[in-house]
Design a protein around this ligand. Structure first.
Ligand code: PGA
Length: 251
């Protein structure tokens, strides 16, 4: 049985005051014992979040890390090792906003994925198709290629303890959610892709759905057999809404 995971991606939102308020709201939530919860503040607010969530069930993740393993001369970047040192446990790799707006390639993301794993972070590989790709019938091919980039370079064992987040680009921040059936079909295909290499890895890997997840839609999505939780953007900025989404992931 896979343990559900609900992740809150705060993107480029927040001030010290609003982050403090949001965390205060999170510490008032009743979280189920059988669900892992993690929030991804901006780099600037990571240490604040780690300190304020110390002793709570909510872990902290970063939205990005450098592709270079060692700390050193790389202006503006943060190394995975430095994130670990700061108490960070997860890292998002390849969110569609970084793939499209910052031109992050599969090759770069594979390096980040490897560096994050080696440092002891849990990498969350984000994959998903655009609307044009879905309408052209390319959904499965696009997603499989994004997952294959990691498997081909690092081997399927790279996903031991790792997480994949399927986020159709057309559903991110648009209010459009994939239907549970649409999401399940892609999740099952990803798991099948892993299973071709290793049944054990496929069985263990957690595959999250992301794209306009709300408390109202969460239970139905999380009820699908291959959906192991969610990566939540907008709704994670509201502690009560996010708490309700986390509770919907409980078994
Ligand atoms: P959304 O964002 O929930 O606001 O659609 C999800 C994400 O980008 O991770």
């Amino acid at each position: 049985m896979r343990r559900p995971l609900v992740a809150g991606n705060w993107k480029m939102h927040g001030t010290r005051a609003s982050v403090a308020e949001l965390i205060e709201g999170l510490t008032r939530q009743a979280f189920a014992d059988d669900v892992d919860v993690v929030v991804f503040p901006t780099l600037l607010h990571l240490t604040q979040a780690v300190a304020a969530l110390d002793g709570s069930v909510v872990a902290v993740g970063a939205q990005n890390c450098a592709a270079q393993a060692e700390q050193g001369a790389l202006t503006g970047e943060v190394a995975a090792q430095q994130l670990v040192d700061a108490g960070v446990r997860y890292v998002l790799i390849g969110h569609s906003e970084r793939r499209s707006l910052l031109a992050e390639s599969d090759a770069l993301l594979v390096r980040k994925f490897a560096v994050a794993r080696d440092a002891g972070l849990v990498p969350v590989l984000c994959v998903g198709e655009t609307l044009a790709e879905r309408e052209a019938g390319q959904t499965f091919a696009v997603v499989k290629a994004q997952v294959a980039a990691v498997i081909d370079a690092l081997g399927v064992d790279a996903f031991v303890g790792g997480v994949i987040a399927y986020e159709p680009v057309w559903a991110i921040g648009t209010g459009l959610t994939a239907t549970p059936e649409q999401a399940q079909a892609v999740h099952a295909a990803i798991r099948e892709q892993l299973a071709v290499c290793s049944a054990q890895v496929a069985q263990q890997a957690r595959i999250l759905y992301g794209g306009s997840v709300k408390a109202a839609s969460a239970a139905e999505l999380f009820g699908m057999p291959d959906i192991d939780g969610g990566l939540v953007g907008g709704a994670s900025l509201n502690a009560d809404e996010f708490g309700a989404i986390c509770r919907a992931a409980g078994n």
